[in-house]
Design a protein around this ligand. Structure first.
Ligand code: SF4
Ligand code: SF4
Length: 584
């Protein structure tokens, strides 16, 4: 049954320039003397070196391990000596340099031990994913996303369809076309392994109808299987993941979403071939097919190139014809011009275009936007490129996001058709970069605020703990003091009781003694004498009270005279008072 195909909006039909590089068969590039391997050749975290300078490594040996979940290891593409681990220029639009491992080839091309995985059908998908991960395989269509992650859907998510992308819609690029023509079996083998890992029911291989030989080869390779090979109409950017899903299934991938959310996973044909080599041959990703083309090359071709090979050496192998005006990595729509041709081929390098002056017309002057709407008509994502351009120019980054800036796949269709030659995609890239930078700043500020708040909370907590400890100490001290005071009081009370008791005992003893003494008086005369003696003692005591005036040192003579007179009066009065009798 013929599959119904759907049309996506917009798109272009630019000149293809594919014939130049498909006249020759695939061939291996010359082994270079020195290979430069960037640690960051994929989306995610850069790999971490695990070798040292001067160490000998074998072909296929891991030299940098994945650093984090979204990361991929790097392997030695040939045997040789580690010459340096340092910063070198890399193929990037910024022209910046990045950490790389440099290997001096020993010319022996000696493999490390390769361990193929027999009978993948009986191997658990998780083990297959680990092998694919350790082989350093990333998306070879240009995106560079670690492949094992796309083979590891969210638990509970059913992947219904696996699409193998052989569309290759950008002009000039033919590496996938040649791979399908010459290594169709490897692609099918890799597709079956990926299908097993995903438990996918359907597998579709999509190829643009401008590649009849590739279509034929893939159809032959899929005979006897239920894999569908579908020819899709030639139109740029048909190879975009979301556009291809729409064309084949009529399903729309959610904005800001990923294909697995609608039960579909898309992998490039070259990625499928790399998976086959990793599982069935035990070979990590150390080489890839690169299209070398452009008017400045004598013999455009597709070469199997070891990763790390300098781009200028690669062009050299196809022969320089003219002085290139610029060297582009990737296609003319989504690629970028190199700042220097001495950068290495990396996992995502699918095409090198040495463009002569005649290929590249001098940049046309940029004119004001005439609001013609051509850009909106060409956009395959149905965005409003003109409005996004105004907001990007005005740096109104909030407003540009309302126009779904992040749905833009940077295909360049809008800029291609713009009659005013406005480099629209540059504006969108600038806006995206600014928004990411602002988000990073915001994130940093949030982290700093959280740290500051946590610090204040800690200081407050420590203060409260200190205060609680001091209060506890004080309470304990107060308790100790109170009990000491209570004990002291208790002791005082006890002492007073003891004193009172002692006094009472003394008085009792005295009374008893007196009573006993009273019993000893033998006659009345002795008794009277004793009474009289007591009376005399009392009298003396009383007199003494009157005869010892106090605090008289500072008195005047007149005052002293008055006191003397008063004392005399008291004495007289006392003498006039009759003495007490023994009956009183
Ligand atoms: S195509 Fe160019 S000139 Fe026309 S509306 Fe878009 S940005 Fe403006
Ligand atoms: S670059 Fe973005 S805005 Fe322009 S056509 Fe492509 S998807 Fe649309």
């Amino acid at each position: 049954m013929m599959r119904k195909l759907f049309k996506f909006p917009g798109g272009l039909h630019p000149p293809q320039h594919k014939e130049e590089s498909t006249k020759q068969s695939l061939r291996a590039a010359i082994l270079p003397k020195r290979l430069v391997l960037p640690l960051h050749q994929h989306i995610g975290e850069a790999a971490k070196p695990i070798v040292t300078i001067g160490e000998r490594v074998l072909k296929g040996q891991m030299i940098a391990k994945a650093d984090g979940y979204v990361s991929a290891p790097v392997h030695a593409p040939t045997s040789g000596i580690i010459h340096a681990i340092d910063i070198f220029p890399i193929p990037h639009p910024s022209g910046l340099s990045a950490p790389c491992i440099v290997i001096d080839s020993d010319g022996l091309d000696e493999w490390c031990q390769r361990v193929p995985q027999a009978e993948y059908q009986y191997t658990p998908p998780s083990h297959l994913r680990n092998l694919i991960r350790n082989a350093g395989i990333v998306g070879l269509g240009g995106a560079g996303f670690p492949t094992f992650i796309k083979l590891n859907p969210t638990p509970g998510k059913v992947i219904d369809t696996l699409i193998i992308n052989g569309v290759e819609c950008e002009p000039y690029i033919t590496c996938d076309d040649m791979l399908m023509r010459e290594r169709a079996d490897e692609i099918i083998s890799g597709a079956q392994i990926m299908r097993h890992a995903l438990h996918a029911d359907h597998v579709i291989i999509a190829i643009e109808d401008n590649k009849p030989q590739a279509l034929e080869a893939m159809k032959i390779a899929t005979r006897g299987t239920d894999i569908e090979v579908i020819a899709v109409p030639t139109k740029y950017p048909q190879g975009g993941e979301k556009q291809l899903i729409w064309v084949l299934t009529g399903k729309e991938c959610p904005s800001d979403g990923l294909p697995f959310q609608i039960g579909i996973v898309v992998h490039n044909v070259a990625t499928a071939a790399a998976v086959h080599r990793a599982i069935n041959l035990g070979e990590p990703l150390i080489s890839r097919i690169v299209t070398v083309t452009g008017s400045a090359t004598q013999q455009p071709a597709n070469l199997e190139v070891l990763l790390g090979t300098p781009v200028n050496e690669l062009i050299e192998q196809c022969g320089w014809k003219d002085n290139p005006d610029r060297i582009i990595v990737g296609g003319p729509m989504m690629g970028f011009a190199l700042h220097t041709p001495s950068v290495p081929v990396v996992k995502t390098t699918n095409c090198v275009i040495a463009a002569a002056q005649k290929d590249v017309s001098p940049p046309s002057p940029v004119m004001p936007c005439i609001r013609c709407g051509e850009c909106a008509a060409a956009c395959p994502v149905s965005l409003l490129p003109q409005q996004m351009y105004w907001h990007a120019r005005a740096k109104e980054f909030d407003k540009i996001q309302d126009y779904k800036l992040f749905d833009c796949i940077e295909c360049g269709c809008c800029a291609y058709v713009c009659p005013s030659n406005i480099p629209l995609v540059h504006y969108y890239r600038f806006a995206k970069t600014e928004i990411w930078a602002q988000e990073r700043e915001k994130e940093k500020a949030n982290l700093a605020r959280q740290r500051h708040e946590a610090r204040l909370a800690r200081i407050e907590r420590e203060k409260q703990e200190r205060e609680a400890r001091a209060a506890q100490k004080k309470a304990a001290a107060a308790e100790g003091k109170a009990s000491a005071i209570a004990a002291e009081r208790q002791a005082e009370v006890q002492a007073a009781i003891e004193r009172a008791k002692s006094r009472r005992d003394q008085q009792r003893g005295k009374a008893e003694q007196m009573w006993q003494q009273g019993g000893r008086y033998n006659n009345e005369k002795e008794k009277q004498a004793e009474i009289q003696a007591a009376l005399n003692r009392a009298k003396e005591k009383k007199e003494l009270q009157f005869t010892a005036p106090k605090n008289i040192e500072n008195l005047t003579p007149a005052q002293l005279q008055q006191i003397e007179e008063a004392e005399a009066r008291r004495r007289r009065l006392a003498q006039a008072t009759p003495p007490p009798t023994n009956n009183e």
